[in-house]
Design a protein around this ligand. Structure first.
Ligand code: AGP
Length: 609
């Protein structure tokens, strides 16, 4: 929900902190701030607005400050303002925080009773106040932090700086992502690796309960409840992402770049498995013993990842003939889920940090499930806590609206469906080969579909004043109707609803009025005739039908607009059909003057409930 970054090293920290915050801005962007050691104390600069607004208030030229930390905020407690912006501090202690301190009201009232004064409405401010209280009792900095953290309930990734220790930063992790960057004579902390890629590829993904002491000569990592440090080398990993992968590279927006990256991302995701899909099960630890009695999958996710899970349900049930239950994570985690011996639990999460999905995964594990996560971020919480990980290889996804991660999730689910189908004896070798060869054609089909971009931009110009949209799809493309509606509403703020086309007559048909845009996903499959009937129902009531199809001639004269896509195997058609809907949302959003990479009220990774 927020982004934090810190630096200790031999260079001026301000440009590095600003650059890092800009790379984290997709995590939250309603206010921002920076603090640094200036040789005789700590200077703090913070403001409502974006990083560019923060840059306007920083001192020029930038003072030579080699230790500093920064924060970009998505408000949870206290309105976006300079007063509530981070860093927060008192008595020479300065803190940046990502997460929620759930018991802050109780802590705050006790501190006020002891005479402490507060200036902000945030939960975060209790942290420097408590550290300061323990320092006054002559505890060491480490013990003061330890005592403070022991009283905090909730989730947090915290960065701390002290005037008394001008060459040191501290970072603490519980429930919110936090990485340590190990550079050449310089050290960093950040909410995720994308902030630090220009400076290092060597990272430590901190574990819950760990504190890292970051100094000029190196770092010390330990669990707060452990007397001994944790050997650093055991946790350090090299990330093979390049800085340019986290930059726009000539595109106007990350969202457009990531839509265009989908063919490569898909190929990177499926390449290593397509020659022998069943190999994937062995790599995942899904031994023959573990899969023989398998009768049910439980797939849990949020948002766009939930829509991928729904596509996966159709795929796996059709290909592997295994029953699949798909649940929204925020519902699953509170419903006392039923986990039986024959059930495999799968979470799907691009970031690997979504609080609801993590909680659902932990709940399933607690009830004895073996857990697999389909995730896009190496070292993320979900990937470290699950029993096994099937990585999508989409690269860093910066745009808040998920696009390339979504199509790669579907690619990964297709591989799983084929592998399980072979393992369970539900696919003949010939059928498996057909699916494999169809899957290998998908990146080229995606490339071809992306070329509809200009036509879709023209179409978008005629739609930007619509009051609402309806998206309809059937079968495996019903979840694509949901995804198309989500893309449009989260990017352009136009109300949009996705529905199974067959459900139209049970209510949504009342919405149809003159000119209402109705996007219909209409591949020529076994449901095409039924979909055609729905199109006629819409047209008969004056609706404007925008059809996505691989056979435009069959719809000539029956619809208002046609977006033609390549014909793909019906199990894979969702990957193709979603691309025009992504582009439509993007262009409508741009034409309406929306910030498509950082839509209002949203954040890329929802790391709090
Ligand atoms: C997608 O466009 C949204 N930004 C959002 O629904 C997202 O898919 C959801 O928050 C889940 O995120 P995750 O995949 O990182 O868990």
């Amino acid at each position: 929900m927020c982004g934090i970054v810190g630096y200790v090293g031999r260079r001026n920290s301000l440009p590095i902190l600003i650059d890092g915050l800009k790379r984290l801005e997709y995590r939250g962007y309603d206010s921002a701030g920076i603090a640094f050691q200036n040789g005789s104390g700590i200077e703090v600069y913070k403001t409502k607005g974006k990083i560019r607004d923060l840059q306007k208030i920083l001192p020029h030229p930038a003072p030579d400050a080699m230790v500093g930390l920064g924060h970009t905020r998505w408000a949870t407690h206290g309105v976006p303002s300079s007063r509530n912006a981070h860093p927060h501090g008192t008595n020479g202690i300065v803190v940046v925080h990502n997460g929620i301190i759930e018991n802050y009201r109780n802590l705050r009232s006790h501190l006020i009773e002891e005479g402490f004064e507060f200036y902000s409405d945030t939960d975060t401010e209790v942290i420097p106040q408590m550290i300061s209280r323990y320092l006054r009792r002559n505890l060491s900095m480490l013990d003061a932090i330890r005592e403070t953290v022991a009283q905090l309930r909730g989730t947090f990734a915290i960065g701390i700086m002290s005037e008394a220790l001008p060459n040191t930063l501290f970072s603490i992790r519980r429930g919110s992502p936090l990485v340590i960057g190990i550079g050449d004579g310089e050290y960093f902390f950040a909410s995720d690796v994308s902030a630090l890629l220009p400076y290092t590829r060597k990272f430590i993904f901190m574990e819950d309960g760990q504190i890292c002491t970051i100094g000029r000569d190196g770092i010390e990592l330990r669990y707060l409840d452990s007397p001994e440090p944790t050997p650093v080398e055991t946790q350090a990993v090299e990330i093979d992402w390049t800085p340019s992968m986290a930059e726009k590279e000539g595109y106007d927006h990350f969202m457009l770049k990531e839509i265009h990256e989908q063919p490569r991302a898909m190929m990177d995701t499926i390449r290593e498995w397509t020659d022998d899909p069943e190999k994937i099960l062995d790599e995942l630890g899904l031994s023959v013993k573990r899969t023989i009695g398998l009768n049910r999958l439980q797939v849990v996710a949020c948002g766009t990842s939930y829509h991928a899970a729904l596509v996966g349900k159709y795929m796996i049930e059709d290909i592997a003939r295994i029953s699949v239950d798909v649940e929204i994570a925020s519902e699953y985690r509170y419903k006392r889920p039923i986990i039986e011996h024959d059930t495999l639990f799968i979470s799907i999460t691009q970031s690997g940090e979504t609080a609801d999905t993590l909680a659902a995964q932990r709940e399933a594990r607690k009830r004895g499930a073996w857990t697999l996560t389909i995730c896009n971020v190496v070292g993320s919480t979900s990937s470290r806590e699950a029993d096994s990980v099937l990585y999508t290889r989409a690269g860093p996804e910066i745009g808040v609206a998920s696009t390339k991660a979504f199509t790669c999730q579907i690619g990964a689910l297709c591989l799983l469906a084929i592998a399980l189908g072979i393992r369970m004896g539900r696919l003949t070798p010939g059928e498996a080969n057909t699916l494999r060869s169809q899957l290998l054609k998908v990146p080229a089909f995606m490339e071809k579909t992306i070329r509809t971009n200009s036509a879709i931009e023209e179409l978008a110009r005629t739609l930007i004043y619509a009051k609402a949209f309806l998206y309809l799809g059937r079968g495996i493309n019903y979840p694509i109707a949901l995804e198309g509606a989500l893309k449009l509403k989260e990017i352009s703020y136009i109300p949009a609803e996705g529905y199974p086309a067959g459900e139209m007559k049970h209510g949504p048909i009342a919405l149809i009025e003159e000119g209402l845009p109705v996007v219909v996903i209409a591949p020529v499959d076994n449901l095409f005739e039924k979909t055609l009937s729905n199109i006629e129902e819409v047209k008969a009531r004056g609706g404007r039908v925008i059809a996505v199809t691989d056979e435009p001639e069959l719809l000539r004269g029956k619809v208002d607009d046609v977006i033609t896509v390549p014909s793909a195997h019906f199990s894979l058609s969702p990957i193709i059909n979603v691309i025009p809907l992504q582009l439509l949302a993007y262009h409508v959003g741009i034409l309406r003057g929306c910030d498509v990479d950082q839509p209002r009220n949203l954040a890329k990774s929802v790391t709090v409930e």
